[in-house]
Design a protein around this ligand. Sequence first.
Ligand code: NAP
Ligand code: GDD
Length: 373
Amino acid sequence: MVSKTTPPQKLVMLERGTMVGNRHVHMAKTALISGITGQDGSFLAELLLDKGYEVYGIIRRSSSFNTDRIDHLYQDPHEKDTRLHLVYGDLNDSSSLNTILRQIHPDEIYNLGAQSHVRVSFDIPEYTGEVTGLGTVRLLEAVREAGIRPRFYQASSSELYGKAIETPQTEKTPFHPRSPYACAKAYAYYITLNYRESYGMFACNGILFNHESERRGETFVSRKITRAATRIKLGLQDKLYMGNLDAQRDWGYARDYVEAMWLMLNADRADDYVIATGETHSVREFIEGAFGHLDLDWQEYVEIDPKYFRPAEVDFLRGDASKARRELGWEPTVSFDQLVKLMVDHDLLLAQQEAEASEMNHVAVAVTRWGSI
Ligand code: NAP
Ligand code: GDD
C-alpha cells in the first residue's frame, strides 16, 4: 500500500541498476507514465509491472490522497526489488518534466495525464488547453532536452472525430472536435505526429474510443450510472439525474485498451491506431442494462437535469479498429453486456460496504446515546 504518512520522494532511486554521473542506468526496461493515478494509468502500471518493467509514475501534489487506484501496487521504496516509483511533477510545469527525464531516461513514455472530462472542459477551457494540449509538447520537449530517444505514446481520443463525417471512424476520418477538451487533444495529436515527422521520434497516437471499468471516475457517465443504480438498489439514494440519454458511444473495457498502448510502443514502426470495439450503444441502453441487472425499472428513478447537457454534443461514435487488429494483433475481449455487468457487480459490493458502514454508524451513535443516559 502507498504509505499514508510518507509522501513519495521527489525521485526515488532504485536499488537495481547503477548511478552514472547524475543519471540512473536501469537493467530492466523502464517506462514513465503521466496520469498513473487515473483509470488507464493504474491498469497500465499493472500491465507493465507484470511484464517486468521498472515503472515511474508522475503524480501531482494534492492536499488529499489521490493514489487510491495504485495503492495496491505500492512497494516500500526501501525494499530491494521495488519496481514502482512515484515522482512529483505536473504537465503544466516544464521544469519538473525536464528534471524527471534527465534523471530517469525511460525506454517508453506513456502520456496519459490530462484534464479528461469533456463537460468540465467547457467550464475550464484555458486550463484544459494547458494540461491536455500544451502538456504534451512540454513532455516532448523535455525528451529532446534530455537528449534521449524513448518511445512515446500519446493518449489521443475518439472525441477528435466529434461531429463525425463518416461511420465507422478510422485513422483516416477527418477530425471535427466539439469541445475545448477535444480541441486540446487535437493539438496534442498533431504535435505528436509532428515530432515523429520532424525528429524521427518513435511517437504514436492511440485514438481510443470510450473505455470504462470499475476504476472509472465517478462523474463519467458509465460509472455515474453503476454507482447510482447500486446505491438505489440498497436504498442509499433515491434518484439519478442525467443529461443526454440519446448520445451513443463505442464502449470497451479499459484493461483491454492499455494492452493496445503497449502493443503500439512495441511494434516495429511508429504509427497511429484506432482502438475500439466497433459496437455502439446509447446512454439509455447503458442505464437499461445496469438497472436491469439489478431487477430495477430505471424509469422510476432516472430524471433529466439540463445542467448535464453540453454546449456542443458528440452524438455518435463507432470505431473501426481493423488496422490495430491486423498490425498489432489487438482484439477487445469484453462485450458491452459484460462491461455493464462487471461494473454493476463491483459497485454493488461498494454499496453493500457503504450500507454496512452506515448501519454500524447508527449502532455506534445509538450506543453513545444510550451510554450517556
Ligand atoms: P483519468 O482517469 O481522468 O486520469 C487522468 C490522469 O491525468 C490522472 O492521473 C490525473 O491526476 C492526471 N493529470 C491531470 N492533470 C494533470 C497535470 N496537470 N499534470 C499531470 N497529470 C495530470 O483519465 P483516463 O480515463 O485514465 O484516461 C487516460 C488518458 O486517456 C487521458 O489523457 C484521457 O484524456 C485519454 N482518453 C481516455 C479515454 C477513456 O475513455 N477513458 C478515451 C480516449 C482518451 P490526478 O489523479 O492527480 O487528477
Ligand atoms: N458525464 C456525464 N454525466 N455524461 C452524460 C450524462 C451525465 O450525467 N448524461 C448523459 N451523458 C452523456 C454525455 O453527454 C456524453 O454524450 C456521454 O454521456 C458520455 O459522457 P462521458 O462519460 O462524460 O464521456 P465522454 O464521451 O464525454 O468522454 C470520455 O470519452 C472520451 C473518448 O471518446 C472521456 O473519457 C474522454 O476523456 C475521452 O477522450
